[in-house]
Design a protein around this ligand. Sequence first.
Ligand SMILES: *[C@@H]1O[C@H](CO)[C@@H](O)[C@H](O)[C@H]1NC(C)=O
Ligand SMILES: [Mn+2]
Length: 600
Amino acid sequence: MRRSWHTGVASLLIIAALLIYIITTKQEANFLQKELQISHQIGRAKNADILQRLIHMELLINKTCKSMKMDREIVIQAEAKKEKKIVRKLYPNSYLFKTWGDGLSEEQQKEAEELFNKYGYNAFLSDRLSLKRDLPDTRHPRCLEKTYPKNLPTISVVLIYLDEALSILKRAIRSIIDRTPTHLLKEIILVDDHSSNDDLKDTLDEYISFIQKENSVLVTKVKHSEQLGLTQARVTGWKAATGDVVAILDAHIEVHVGWAEPLLARIKDDRTVVLTPVFDRVNYDTLEVTKYNPNADAFDWALWCKYESFQPDWYKMNDESQPGKSPSIMGIFVADRLFLKEIGLLDSGMKIYGGENVELGIRVWLCGGSIEVIPCSKIAHIERAHKPYLPDLSITMKRNALRVAEVWMDDYKKNVYIAWNLPLEGHGIDIGDISERKKLKESLKCKPFQWYLDNVYQQLDNLSGLLAYGVLKNDLKQDICVDQGPVPGSIPILYGCHYQSPQFAYYLSSGEIYIGGLKSHKYDNRCLVDPGTGSNPTLIECKLAKEKKFHMHWDFKQGKSIRNRETKRCLEIVKHTYYNLIVQECTSQIWTFQYTIKDF
Ligand SMILES: *[C@@H]1O[C@H](CO)[C@@H](O)[C@H](O)[C@H]1NC(C)=O
Ligand SMILES: [Mn+2]
């Protein structure tokens, strides 16, 4: 009885924690840009129910819809008005209809909701918008002043998809044809990762032959005979490409005016630079475009991608049209076709989804290339409300991340294990054969991962001070764990062990104890503090605690007591109705972290 009540509260706490984190962290606003990010952030919560609810809540927050400006929408509304009756909202709780869809008939609402559930975006509206719709020009004014040589490398554009809405795919093709100089566009390659939608068969093929004739552009379609996942789809696209440069993109995009020239000019200058354009967000409900500012593409130790600021020298230039160095890519990228092959294309051993972008990023930097974000090249990208493939992408993400760790990260691979709360030995996850990747690394004479941390991605914390990690239990009561407690709030508690991030604790050689998950970047964690008076321990941002000289250092050895160095009090538990977590005069209670990294 209490257990299920506790589980419910636990779910709410986790959701609340993540929501607060999302709302309060400015950077997070950026990383909501890409739909990948949504599942990345929540991927850590393994509970599928939490996941679902969180997706919905996040979408709610993420909503910035303004009044509809699309012609077609006005037409729809006008039609509905003609009927002169107040139409019932059939789906008041659907994220599609939060701000969109006034005046649709019940019939139309049904159709729109059905399509939304199928695709994760407003395919009903997409079907009614012009394929040639204009996009707001979101480029920095300096981008408009730039000129490019006429003689640039040619480009093959690869669009990857699994059961995309036909009109979305057509609009992507249309935008590429209309906004890429004809003499530079070698071909468009559609890679279908085994879709089942009927209209992606003959109807799409008819459109392809129509548009080829109309524009004398080569458009080819390659369909997988079974579902192979994103990495393999990208490899398939690369294999079909013949241009000097290959752009590997999602299919729910529209390219902006002038998107290709800055990319091609940069690669003409230096063929070893792998590039990424800057996404703008297309809302999944209104299909309106929101401008995003350029950012570096980075990741945490679990290898979920996240946005990161550029290095300080980029901001010193004070010129937003300049390329910025980036530790990694988000998934779409543009590269010299043959150079990409020389450095090993993509890791075909990756499954379904996740990690392949980080693998490429690290490999390019370590093996003779570099990565840049090109702010003058913009692509509008739909952030879907949900994605195809798996409901919980963290399963393949974890496996793929371990592959990257084993091949590329040397001793730092343990940080990936720690981020996924796995033991350093014997995690039992099958990561497949990595011998080919290791051979590649040798033949390319790639630099060690330390170089990458020192020169490319300094913001990533090397976690060198960690001694122990995982859940933290008191010997007196083995089924409860130390937990970060309600968020917002700063009082850690005891709670039935659920082995999710709010219960992850870390002991450092400095004597600090982090509780409630580990951030991969410096100064983000919350440290356990003895306030010195009262019996409640508190959690305070470590940087702040250090500044204020709070009592944040604890003497501890695995299986011994946790004793504050300054106050000499101990972290202990006491039973009233429930067990409480307190600091008090030491009574020799003993504690155990789930995993240790080295003897201490
Ligand atoms: C880890 O980073 C810290 C600074 O954040 C540095 O002092 C330390 O030397 C680094 N350790 C290693 C092994 O690179
Ligand atoms: Mn996408």
